[in-house]
Design a binder for this molecule. Structure first.
Ligand code: ADP
Length: 431
């Protein structure tokens, strides 16, 4: 699913990029073509203007400008036809030429331009109503020609080969095409990589959610099966008293309690994931919260033969009082739960610089180092059977970590097998 989404994103990205490249490339091509054409047109017009001035200054009888004298039907030396007039020639730059025609025949072509294949009559016709710019194709090259009427029924054509302009435009098209394709290939590869990076946190979060749902269902399966089995047993003996089936009734009550705790913890984490759990901050003295809690848990600890000791000094912070109690309760409850009879659990609070600390240590079995990072994962237990027997949901420490983090703090464990466990929570102190 993610691979498909990644490919789709890449294709979209490539299409958008290709469209942008096509628009920018076409604009660049058209702008440069227009500039080249404008430059050619301007050079033709200024050359035509220069020629006009030159012709006015010439003495028609001087013979310097042959086509004033020569007529296509008259006998004349071919060379005469193309005699150069230095004064007129000087008005033209080297890439321009001029030709004079009359009745479709060339009467002057000083630069001996090969006009083979060019329809001169059509040019004359076009210019009969005024100056006309035309792109024409000869047998060997293309020209742009500005034609206008000259003296004595002649036509003057100033032209320029379009070869250089066409070559430049071809090179430009190749550069834009190759550059665009290279850019498109690179950006598509980049897009594929980016799509992978963008999708990977979404994939991770979806995988986490999927695992969470599957673990939660798995956790609920056992108590539901137990309740169902005991219920069936009770139904089979429906004529007996509750006392006669106390084991089943107690099992149902225990499993129902466990499910209620599990569902409540699941809801807490699901809402925390969505950011829907409100944290109402107020000034809280952790020492007060812990003293109260120690007092409340004392009977349970005593019942288990565990000495519960509170060692508190003022530790003020800005936080949610109920969540602080929940955090301390998770740690104290675990410590009492996992410490064997005869052991001790100590709960300390203190201010340490800009932080306040809550430290819960016990003399229980401890936790091997390889489990330290994982006990904060959802549903992770070091000894699954034991934890379930003790009524654990495997969600206590993940909730504790969320509470610490949402208050800008951290939680960590110090422990080793047989060395007891010490959980330390550090939170920003109130200023
Ligand atoms: P549970 O509900 O199973 O206690 P937690 O998330 O609170 O789940 O704890 C995860 C696991 O970490 C426990 O199952 C247990 O194996 C281990 N653990 C937590 N606190 C202690 C402790 N004080 N001593 C030993 N093991 C502990």
């Amino acid at each position: 699913m993610f691979q498909r989404a990644r490919l789709q994103l890449t294709v979209w990205y490539a299409c958008v990029f290709a469209a942008i490249l096509a628009v920018v490339g076409s604009l660049a091509y058209l702008t440069i073509r227009r500039d080249l054409d404008n430059e050619i047109d301007a050079s033709l017009e200024s050359a035509m203007h220069g020629l006009e001035l030159g012709m006015v200054q010439l003495d028609p009888q001087s013979g310097l400008f042959p086509f004033f004298q020569g007529r296509p039907d008259e006998d004349h030396d071919d060379d005469d036809d193309h005699k150069r007039d230095p004064k007129l020639e000087a008005t033209l730059s080297s890439d321009l030429f001029y030709v004079a025609t009359m009745g479709g025949d060339v009467v002057a072509n000083p630069r001996r331009v090969d006009l083979e294949g060019v329809d001169l009559e059509a040019l004359e016709e076009g210019a009969s109503d005024g100056a006309e710019l035309t792109d024409v194709a000869g047998d060997h090259q293309r020209f742009r020609i500005l034609s206008q009427q000259g003296p004595e029924g002649s036509y003057i054509h100033v032209g320029r080969s379009l070869d250089a302009r066409d070559r430049q435009l071809r090179t430009l098209a190749i550069v834009l095409g190759v550059g665009g394709l290279t850019g498109l290939t690179l950006s598509t590869a980049g897009g594929f990589w980016l799509a992978g990076r963008t999708l990977s946190p979404i994939r991770r979060s979806l995988e986490m959610q999927r695992r969470f749902v599957s673990d939660a269902s798995h956790e609920l399966r056992t108590p539901i099966a137990t309740v169902k089995a005991n219920n069936e047993l009770l139904l089979r003996h429906h004529d007996q008293t509750v006392e006669a089936n106390l084991d089943q009734v107690e099992a149902i009550a225990t499993e129902t309690d466990h499910m209620a705790r599990l569902v409540s913890d699941l809801l807490t984490l699901a809402r925390a994931d969505e950011g829907r759990l409100e944290i109402v901050k107020e000034r809280v003295d952790l020492a007060g919260v812990v003293s109260e809690l120690v007092r409340d848990v004392q009977p349970l600890a005593e019942a288990r033969g565990v000495a519960l000791v509170g060692d508190t000094s003022a530790a003020q912070l800005e936080g949610d009082r109920a969540r602080m109690r929940q955090l301390a309760m998770i740690l104290v409850d675990n410590a009492v739960k996992y410490t064997p009879s005869g052991g001790q659990v100590t709960v300390r609070t203190r201010k340490a610089g800009k932080k306040v600390e809550l430290v819960v240590s016990d003399t229980g079995p401890g936790i091997a180092a390889e489990h330290h990072a994982r006990i904060f994962d959802r549903f992770y237990r070091v000894d699954t059977a034991r934890a379930r027997r003790d009524g654990g949901t495997g969600l206590g420490l993940p909730i504790a970590r969320w509470i610490a983090e949402v208050h800008g703090g951290q939680i960590h464990v110090d422990s080793g097998p047989g060395l007891g466990a010490t959980f330390t929570v550090r939170l920003p102190a109130a200023s």
